[in-house]
Design a protein around this ligand. Structure first.
Ligand code: DP6
Length: 373
């Protein structure tokens, strides 16, 4: 599919005057990381993620067709999108620029955006300041709400497959990793010769049969640093332009996709651990070797990593860690180790979390529509 397949051409504004759509959309955790992109939101390498379950955003988009007279407002107003944003019940004008940028980017594909007045109401299942990337679940929820409007307006039958693909395509334009938060349970984003139908434009389901070892895989997120990140992902991605190790890193990631693809099929947990941890450290190595350089890990991140390595050496467990662009540690482990690993986390790791905060999550199956009228 190409980008032109996602342009809505025929729609009937008289088919709906007002309504609302609510979507509950999960976060995701990358196993092979996306770090580096080209315009417009095209990843430099393929990434793969587990869709999560407990970490989600719930967004309602209320829409009302503009009155004829308000369509005839002055030029400058006419070019603006009209929306209000509420986050956890509070009006949030500071969220508006990011959403306006998103609307501007997707307008070409969903040309009805300026025909409506919108109210966006959103909340997260996890604390906003927890350092958990809310852009993936937030942008994918909004993209799905917009797609619900498109479905009502388009008048023709739309397959779920097209709906999800276009939602992922739109979400990507809001935040790259958001395109992996539409479906579950394992999603690939970025064209790769060994993954059928993979695309730079949207996420696709991992197309092979996954070994039972990965069923119900756990991700316990240790909140090491709940503050605002010092360097945003957007800035970090930019620093991959002209980075001395960039090309090598993109090649490594694409090779890791081939390796992890085999591992997900054959269930080799030792190999899984090796790739996932190497990916997390390679991501952070890129940050430490960019210009300017920066470090997002905190002392407690390293303490946790060392404890995990010691526990694994002692018990032969398949526990491993991964990191996002922040200090928090995602601890991944199989279902049959949950008791032992939970005890270990409580006894030895929770002390390194800010205010002992952590979130127990697991692999999930994608976004859900809660209502649409
Ligand atoms: C480290 O998707 O947040 O989490 O496209 O600029 O919004 P933008 O970046 P974002 O980057 C995520 C980077 C990562 C790795 C990953 O999720 O693959």
């Amino acid at each position: 599919m190409t980008e032109t397949d996602f342009i809505l051409k025929n729609y009937d504004l008289n088919s709906i005057k007002s309504g609302n759509a609510t979507w509950k959309t999960p976060s995701n955790i990358a196993l092979v990381k996306y770090w580096g992109k080209q315009e417009p939101q095209i990843p430099e390498n393929t990434s793969i993620s587990f869709t999560l379950d407990a970490c989600f955003t719930l967004t309602t988009l209320e829409y009302k067709l503009k009155e004829r007279h308000s369509e005839l407002v002055s030029e400058s107003n006419h070019s603006d999108f009209n929306f209000e944003v509420y986050f956890e019940g509070e009006k949030k004008d500071d969220f508006k620029p990011k959403i306006a940028t998103f609307f501007k980017r997707i307008e070409h594909y969903v040309p009805f955006l300026k025909d409506f007045d919108f109210v966006i109401e959103s909340r997260n299942s996890f604390p906003h300041s927890s350092g958990i990337a809310s852009s993936a679940s937030g942008m994918s929820a909004l993209a799905l709400c917009v797609m619900s409007i498109e479905r009502s307006l388009s008048g023709v039958e739309m397959t779920d497959e097209y709906f999800n693909k276009k939602a992922s395509f739109l979400a990507r334009l809001g935040s790259g990793s958001a395109c992996r938060s539409i479906e579950g349970d394992i999603i690939v984003w970025g064209e790769h010769s060994e993954i059928k139908e993979s695309s730079d434009l949207f996420g696709v389901k991992f197309p092979f049969k996954v070994h039972k070892n990965f069923k119900n895989y756990h991700d316990t997120i240790l909140l090491v640093d709940e503050g605002e990140k010092q360097v945003s992902s957007t800035v970090g991605h930019k620093l991959m332009h002209g980075h001395p190790f960039a090309q090598q890193r993109f090649k490594q990631a694409n090779e890791n996709i081939s390796k992890i693809s085999e591992i997900l099929k054959n269930g080799d947990l030792k190999e899984f651990v090796a790739i996932v941890e190497s990916e997390a450290l390679s991501l952070h190595a890129m940050m430490m070797t960019s210009n300017p350089y920066f470090i997002l890990m905190k002392p407690n991140t390293l303490k946790i990593i060392n404890k995990i390595w010691a526990f694994r050496a002692e018990t032969n467990s398949n526990i491993c860690f991964t990191l996002d662009a922040g200090a928090n540690v995602h601890i991944l482990f199989p279902e049959n180790e949950k008791e032992a690993v939970n005890n270990f986390i409580i006894k030895e790791l929770v002390q390194y979390c800010q205010e002992n905060h952590y979130i127990c999550d697991r692999i999930g199956f994608g976004a859900k529509r809660l209502s649409n009228s």
